[in-house]
Design a protein around this ligand. Sequence first.
Ligand SMILES: [Zn+2]
Length: 185
Amino acid sequence: MNATINRNEINRNEINIDEIDKEDKIRRIKNGTVIDHIEGGKAFSVLKILNIGENYDGIVSVVINAESEKHGRKDIIKVEGRTLTRNETNKISLLTPIATVNVIADSNVVEKFGVEVPGVIINLLKCPNPECITNSEIQSDSENTDISKNLRSENIETKIYTISKKPLKFRCHYCERVFSELEFK
Ligand SMILES: [Zn+2]
């Protein structure tokens, strides 16, 4: 008999907050969101996608390249005092598909979920079609400067639909180009 044992190695339901703290050795948070199992080295890109930058005034702890028995190395982000929504955290699935999100309230994990590729992706990916309106250059009398490029990217948001999650396939709202390459804006 050719039986296959389906070993469920990742039983994340059993992880509690003490284990998260033991694993990453950074300050315990009382309320907020912990994003764990971020692919090693990608924490800063994740922060950018979450719009947590120099103007963010809450406390954020970041661990880069923590040891992970299952995945080699991983990054961890703890955002204190803020509950990130699934809409916010799902965006990072394109960058790091196995990340897990822990919502912490009164020092307890009250919700835990994996990230999922969103159905509609706004202004995060580029459309690969050079003729697409979202890639069009702004006409200007002067030469193309960096300023005009900045204006261009601020003016036209990309809107891209996920038409398949496995394998990843997208369709541009504007030019309807179907593609699978991931290029972040
Ligand atoms: Zn397009």
